[in-house]
Write a protein that binds this ligand. Sequence first.
Ligand SMILES: *Cc1c(COP(=O)(O)O)cnc(C)c1O
Length: 380
Amino acid sequence: MEKRSVSDIANLLSKLTHNKQVYVGYPTSTDFDNQHSFELLNHHLNNIGDPFNRPTCFGTFAHERAVVEFFMQLYHTSVENAWGYVAGCSTEAILYACWRYREEASNKVILLSSEYAHYCNAKIANILGIRHQIIPSHPNGSIQIDALSEVISAAPEYSYILVATMGSTITSSYDDVAAAKSAFLTADVEYFIHLDGAFDGAFLPLVEKYRLGEYFTSVNVSGHKFLGAPMPSGILLIDKQFVSGEYIQYINNDDITIGGSRNGLTPVLIYNTIKALNSQAGMKEKYLACLKKAEAFLLTLQQHSINCWKNEKAITIVLEDLPAPVSQKWHFPQYRNRSTLTCLPKFTPQMLNEFITDALNPDAIDMARAKQFDYQVESL
Ligand SMILES: *Cc1c(COP(=O)(O)O)cnc(C)c1O
């Protein structure tokens, strides 16, 4: 039994290690070490309930609160005005915000998001039983405010959720939430703006002021993207007035999150990750190093006549019309004719050189180095 699980894990590890060499596009950090937390895997951890209300026997609420409060600081708010929790992923965090607003809205709700916003918005609208409408984006990915104004002024009888993107997956574009807010005010419609900062939301507020409650009412940031936690998560912050829980006697806590039982390991690992990065100061250093790398890598790619560009503050490079075999080997997201490279620490100059060689000579790509999907385990 012990022997079998060891060899199955070895197969999995071999796939993961191999794939790291071609993992250049997705905005997921892989530079972390959780050796010091191994012991926690021998404990039951469950963050059922409200991290800010009552304690729980097997929970890690102190870590969860510290993580949420860290992001509250980043977004210039506090527990007086906001509430938050560590959701299972960013989709859940966005769903939560949209759900809470739908409960408060006076009219039927329409969820708006741009062409370059995340695919989860359509699913969230579907789950909540509300309409979803896509607003055109500018070529760089950011939402067209004029088009937004047109849509909302044509149907002022609705309440609107705008899921604005702070770092779209493909172009790392930023929607102008200040302009979106004034569009809603001008059209005189009821609205709620959620800011989706899954990736860039962990670093952009370090160089630009983003205050929860000013132009947006809730925000999400992924724990597994820029920060680098091994498992997916989404930190949610939301204006307190939209949150309500119900006391449940048999868990002796409030039912306030989407999940009941929740992963208690994640907040500990996110907490450790932020500590290891040296909090805001270190995260800013990490971002500035990534930005410098993105600018240098962009120049190198362009010097090799590879068609690419990036948004000014982004650490994501957008490539246009890459030859198909390149995407069979390397692991990056694609949308229409665009692909991305994300200049996190995991993306090294050696990888860039190999990538350029492949992009310039796709027929000679060594497919033995291509990303692997499958691995074997013994059946149970
Ligand atoms: C990754 C991402 C999401 C979804 O995150 P999940 O954790 O996969 O649910 C949402 N929005 C943006 C901009 C993203 O990059």
